[in-house]
Structure formats: C-alpha cells, structure tokens
Design a protein around this ligand. Sequence first.
Ligand code: MIG
Length: 858
Amino acid sequence: MSLRRGRSWGLLLLLSLPSTLSAGWASLGAMPQPERQERALVFRSPQGVAAISVVSAEIVRVRFSPTPEFGRDHSYAIANHVFGDSRPSFEVSAEQSRITTSAVQVVIQHSPFRLSVSDRQGELRDQDDAERGIAFVGSTVQVSKRLLENDHVYGFGEKAGRLDKRGWGLGGVSYAMWNSDTYAYDGSTDPIYASVPFFMVLRNGRAHGIFLDNTHRSFFDVGKQSQQLLTFGAEGGELDYYFIAGPTPKDVVARYTALTGRTPLPPRWALGYHQCRYSYYPESRLRFLADNFRQRRIPADTLWLDIHYLDSYKPFTWDPERFPDPTRLLGDLRKQGFRVVTILDPHPKKEPGYAPYDSGLAGDHFVKNPDGSVYEAPVWPALAEKNPGPSVFPDFSRAATREWWGDLHRGLVEAGVAGIWNDMNEPAVFRDPAHTMPLDLRHDNEGQPTDHREIHNVYGMLMTQATHQGLLRLRPNNRPFVLTRASFAGGQRYAALWPGDNVSDWWHMRATIPMFGGLGLSGFAFVGADIGGFAEAPSPELFTRWLQLGVFYPFMRTHTTVGTPDQEPWSYGTHHEALNRRAIELRYELLPHLYNVMHEAAETGIPAFRPLVLEFPEDPRVASLDDQFLLGSDLMLAPVVREGATEREVYLPAGDWYDFWTGERHQGGRTHRLAVTLESIPAFVRAGGFLFRQPVVQHTGEMPGQPLIVEVYPSAQSSASLYEDDGESLDYTRGAFATRRFEQRREKGRTAIAGSAVAGSYRPAPRDLVLSVRLDASPKRVLLDGAPLPEIPVETAGGAGWSTTKDGFVTVRFRDRALAFKLTIETGAEAASACGGCNGPAARAARHAVYRLIRALF
Ligand code: MIG
C-alpha cells in the first residue's frame, strides 16, 4: 500500500514539473485564450495545440497534439461527420471557456488546461483530473479522467473479462488495444484480436461514452493505478477523442454508431446455423455433411471451407485433388439448401506465375520494408507440402489495393461461394517474435505514408472493407457476408466478428456472454464464438450447452481446430443429437425475431445481443451481471453455463416475466432459482413483449410460406413492430420491405390485438398468421374484425379459427392478407389463477403440440 502511494507521489511530482525541465511526462499546463472557429475553440501554446469542437448537440470532439499544428484530419473509423446544426454557444473569458449546446455544457479551464462536461441537468459527466489532465511523453499522449466510486464502465469491444470493466471490488482493469493472434487466450490475455477504443461510463443510472479515434497502440487504465482515475491514451498520433452524451446507454450506443457506422442487415441465411471445422475436405466430406444434416433433420444453412481447400494455402486457389470441380459441388449443395463460405487470409504467396502475386506486384499493392523493397514473411504458404515459400502482404491502407483485392474474388463468386471468412488479419506472421509485422514497415495510409505502428490496428478492418466492397461490386444486389477475426472501431460496417481461438471449456463458453455484451455496446452487433470451442474437444454436455447458448448468438457457428474429434451435432450419441437438434430447431423457430432485432441494430445501432444494463440502466443489480443477456428488448436468456448444473439462478428485473417454455408468470425485481436438466434453455419474456416465430424449417430457403407466429405476453397496453423482406437482396434499400405494427390492449373481460396494414412494397409469400396470446382467463369468444371465429380443437385445426392450450394461451389462426386487422378475445371472469395449476411439463407439451400441428399443416 505504502509502496503504491510512494509511486503515485513520484508521478505527481513529475507531472507538476514544467515540461521543459522534465525528461518524463509533461502535463499540459496553461493555454492562452482560444481562437474561435465556426464550431470549435482552438488553443495554442508552446506545448501544443488543442481544439474542442461540437459535432452535434450531444457529441463533442477533443483534439490535442504536442506539436505546433495538427496533422491531417483523417479517420478510418468515423463514417459520418455531418450532423444537424446544433447551434452551440461559446463564451470565452480570461480564466475559462464555455461551450453550450442543447444537451451539454463543456467548461474548459485555461490554466492549467482542464476540461469538464456536464449534462442538461447540470450534473458533471466527464471531468479531467485536476492534477494530471492531458499529459505526454515522447510520442505518447494521454488524458486522465475522474472516476467516481459508483461509476461502472463498459465496452472496449472484444475483451475477455467481466462486463463491468471496473473489475471485482473496484480492483480496476487495464487494457491495451493492439490486434493480436492469441490462440487459446484466457481471461488474463489482453489484448486479443480486435481493437475498439470506445467505452461507456454509467454514473447514477445515466451514461456517457468516450471514443478515442487513434489507431496506434492505445491503453486504457480503468481505476487500476488509482481507483479514482480512468486514464487513456495512445503511443503515437494525436489525442483525439469524442465525448458522447446519453443519458441512456442506448442513446450512447446509437450516437457512437451514428459516428462510426452500423452493422448492415445480414442476409437471412447468415443468421441460420453454420457448420465449420479446420478443415472439411475433400468434396465427398462436404456432401456427407450435407446429407447428414438433411437426413437427420438437423437444420443448417452453411458449410465452411477452412485453409485446406486451397492449393498450398494460396489465397484465391482451389486444391485440384480435394476440390476438382468447385462450381459443381457448390451447385449441388445449393440444391440441398446449403451455402458455402471460404476462408481467405491476407498473405498471397511470393510466386511468379501465381496471378495474385503477379498482379499485386505490377500494381504496387504490397507492404514495403523501410528501404522500399517488398516485405516477405512466412505464413501458411510457408508450411505447404509442395513448394513452400514466403508470403507478401497487401497494403489495405491504399484505396487502389483494396479495389484490386476485392476484384480478386471474382472467381470465388462465379464458383458460387456465398461469403468470405477473413482470418490472420491482425496481421499474424509466423516466426516473428511479436507474431506480427515489424513496426517500421511502410504503408500508404490513404496517401500519407506511415509505418506499421499506425496501420496495425486497422489492417484487418481495411481487409474486410476491401472484401465487402469487392463482393458488392461483383454481386451488386446482394448483401455481402464477411466474417473477420481482426477489426477496429467502425469495422461493424463491413463484417461479422468472431473472437478467434477459444478453448473447449466452461469458462470460455461463459466468457462469451460479457464479451458479446461489451462488443454490442461497442457497435459490433453481428458476433458469435466458435461453438464447442476451437482448441481441445468439448464433452458431450459442454457441446450441448454451448449450442443451447449459441442459439442466441447473432452469428451461430460450430468450429474446431485441426485434428480434434468430430464436432457435429450428431457426434455425441443419440441422446445428445436430439438435444442438439432441438437447440438448432429453436434457432430456426426464432429467426423472425432475430431478423427483426438485427434489423433494429442496422437501423439504430442497438445490438441484438444485449447486456441487461442496456435495458435496465437504473437497476443496480444488473450493472455487473455476467451470465444473463437479452435478445432484443424482451427475451431474457439465462443459459446453463455450469457443468452438471441442476439449478440455475435467474435475476428478473422489476415487472412481470413469463417463462418462455411454460408461460408461467414470475415476479421481477428478484432472483429466482430454477431446477434445470440437460434439456433446459431458460428463457423469459417480459410482460407486454411480442415474440415473432415460425415453425421449424431445415434451412432459411424453406421460410417462404411458413406461418408467422406472433406470441403476445400480457400487459395493459404494448406494441411492437416487425420487419421483413426478401432476406437476401438490397431491394429493401429501395422500399421493398414489409413493416407492420402489432398492438395489444387489455381490459377486464377482453383483450384486443391490432395489426397495422403492411408498410413497404415487399409482400411475404402467401401464409397464415398465428397469434398465440397468453391469457389470464379462458377465452369465450374470439372475433376477427368483428366476426366470430370458430373454435377448432387442437387435434383437428385447419382453416381460420382458434383453440386453447392448457397453459393459458389462445392460438388464433387466419390468412395473412397484409392488411390491418383487429382481433378481440372475450374472456370469462376467472382470475389469473385459473391456469395456476397447469403450468408444468404437461402444459408445455400441449403448447408444443400446437406448434407441431402447425408445422404438419404447412
Ligand atoms: O493458425 O485457418 O482462428 O478459426 O481454423 C490458425 C485455420 C489459422 C486461425 C483461426 C481458426 C482457423 C485457423 N486459423
């Protein structure tokens, strides 16, 4: 303790020395009065230049450089600089400057230069530490902010730790941003593959965010060196950060993604189940897989080809023996409803006569050594059996190179490949002690050459940009699907992300929950981890549990490394096969819901996979909750993540919740203890929630014509909207979508459900609507647009009508005409307890009988 004290005194002493005398850190001291520019105040002193500018009423940019002038104003992360006019007002006095917008007030104290931001209510949100403020040494710049006792901190993208970055008992956490290939990482490995220098602070239930727009290696000390300080900075470039106001965490995420872009709406097939391993080959193995999925009736959409499909690991080739006729293979698989995704690493082999090398050299597309020669290093092609040799590396920071790389995908697209998997793009380099490129390599940097220090963290993202845009040029009316391992802030615009090489153990499975919570808050909505684990082999139980969790990953893919036992849903015996099938079936039943929330993410930035704090920021009990999450706003998941578990504790926030499986009502605001079996996938729906489902299909190609099932959970009044489109093309950007609103109103004796007419020009294939309405009393009469519908016993349903199941749902079915409708359910006077005794397994079986029946009918 005293040692630590001593150290910080030493640091304080250093910081208070005038910069000219100190060889160490210099703290930014006095700044003279600023120059007023249109939307900014610019301060200059012999120590450097600072600018505080207003991006929007809620977003303020802070820039400092320990140089006389700023460098080029350029960002790989920012997608949108243009926001509406916020009419800030500026006041400048000798001691301080003040910028006021409709949402925030920024006060800049001139001597020493310190900044603070308060919200509309006048509460301080963000405040430079009075002692330290901005400081710099060599090429490193940093700023220290005050951290309050009750602050919670979230985000930082892909981090393998707790959701709340404040750490256990305020122990603090310190993070670095430097994309790293970290095979079999664990909770103490940092950094890993992707860098998102963004975080959110939750203070008294209200949030603000900070985004450090700097691609160099950066660091974030969250209350670790000192409990009262959050210090961040980077080892090069400017201190260039954005303060983003809330007050809600959703506001912050929406604004952060307005700046850096949003995850585009994925093609629907990419939300289905993906089967991968390192590596499936030869082609007969792929056919075997496809046949097994279909014969065993285990739904799946996509099979993946890892590096063994390539000829000697060379990008844009096929191994001629393993895959003699890719076009025919892919065509045949497509007929069975399968798509294929192929891997591509950023390391073309140095080999005259190999087209990507020849054209890359001719176009000057490769990363250079400081002396101007092309950089070569060993990656996979160096380990090929035939003709091993070094690789060269595209300089994705050059626009012309991105275009060249994108165009190289033509052959794959023509063969029928549906999407591209970008791996090794940290970049990973073999036999280098740092496992990446030397820091002094040269990159174009969009016309302002720089070294690898500045490009490293965006190398992977720029590769995905090249891939995404190339796919778009090659198939202009198709939504590109790209999966990447490395990325950077803003990378959500180009690719889905998976957190690399996890391990087949229970910790790694659990760790994905806070990790995806943090990634979602950091703009990455399309994420999923290797189900079953990459390194090592899962027990049958672990694999089943991981699939049951993976049902709710936005991206659901099983993957494992080379040499491990089979890791397919049927690889663990018939009992587990049935459980695994059931999990994947659930995924497909929930696809309309998942698609809807992915669309919401594309529109608003609010992720599909949500930590509870996003929905319940004022509930202190969810601030550090690591083993539950929501899919959308209303579906709460509490997966079983402990080996041999027979019980699961679930915290339900205030309000009523309904067991997804039994319909049983639970009171929120407290923790419940559930008994669980290997079958259990604990899930709850918030009162008033709407859940959009469909019967089980074997792949997304079977969706057209399926009935749309709308489950409605009680509240006095609530509504939800549903988005649909063709699932594949970009026609939706030109109006070819279908959105509709559903609303419920409940009063004594009747429940009314209204559906709006469909907006947009897309129309789903002819189908039925099935409304499954949770009731607290038994139905007497059901009217559609005022006309009574017949009651049809569950066993003989057909045509329009309604029926009940024992667990308190009424199921109403009628043709979906895409028109407005009004359903009225008249109920008797019984109390809610009418159904109290029938919420067990029998009720659940009855409810599922209805679904089976619906399935059989269509
Ligand atoms: O050095 O392509 O994370 O998913 O299967 C290993 C082979 C290279 C690492 C990826 C993994 C992939 C593997 N790759």
